[in-house]
Design a protein around this ligand. Structure first.
Ligand code: ZN
Length: 198
């Protein structure tokens, strides 16, 4: 296999959420101030938003404000879990709201028997420890996996998404809604702040 492995910075970055990347300071400094246009969230628009996500009834496990930068997605293209897209549909910049998403509309039900051994060489020089979450690039796309055990030549991983089988609660704050560029539509993801940097 040609699995590519990187450290999971965001549990949500995988499968659905794109991994966030830091933005150069110069980029931030040069940020334009758009005139305020009330544009609704709908298919083929770019949405930038802050989120906090928690397992139902618990403390947030991840908050985009910790990293400082909102996440950017191309709406209607499966960049995020279906339940969250549903909750965001029709909202506008400046809206803040809570969304409860059942496991079936989030990362799916928990399935057992998804353990797998992966040759250690695919993990590069990275220090590995049980319980660590890493992102594998597989033939099926990016997958967040949990390291269960580190052997001499293989690493035992659990292929379940860490949030599989969990009902989730989101706190969402819509920062910006804009039209996507033709290039973004062709790629199926957002370019620039909070999105992809090729
Ligand atoms: Zn692209």
């Amino acid at each position: 296999g040609n699995a590519r492995i990187m450290r999971a910075r965001s549990l949500l970055a995988v499968g659905w959420f794109r991994r966030l990347r830091s933005v150069a300071a110069s980029h931030r400094a040069g940020k334009r101030h758009h005139p305020r246009i009330r544009m609704k969230i709908e298919k083929d628009r770019v949405v930038r938003f802050h989120y906090a996500v928690a397992e139902a009834g618990q403390e947030a496990v991840e908050n985009s404000k910790d990293g400082g930068q909102p996440l950017a997605i191309l709406f209607g293209h499966g960049n995020i879990i279906p339940g969250l897209e549903k909750a965001m549909d029709g909202r506008e910049a400046g809206d803040s709201f809570k969304a409860s998403v059942a496991a079936a509309d989030a990362y799916g039900e928990r399935r057992e028997g998804l353990g797998q051994r992966i040759p250690k060489k695919h993990f590069g020089a990275q220090k590995l420890a049980p319980g660590m979450q890493v992102v594998l690039r597989t033939n099926f796309g990016r997958r967040a996996v949990t390291i269960e055990k580190v052997g001499m030549s293989v690493v035992y991983v659990d292929l379940k998404h860490p949030m599989a089988g969990k009902d989730l609660e989101f706190d969402i704050e819509i920062v910006e809604v804009r039209e996507a560029s033709a290039e973004e539509l062709a790629h199926g993801h957002v370019h620039g702040d909070g999105g992809h940097h090729h």
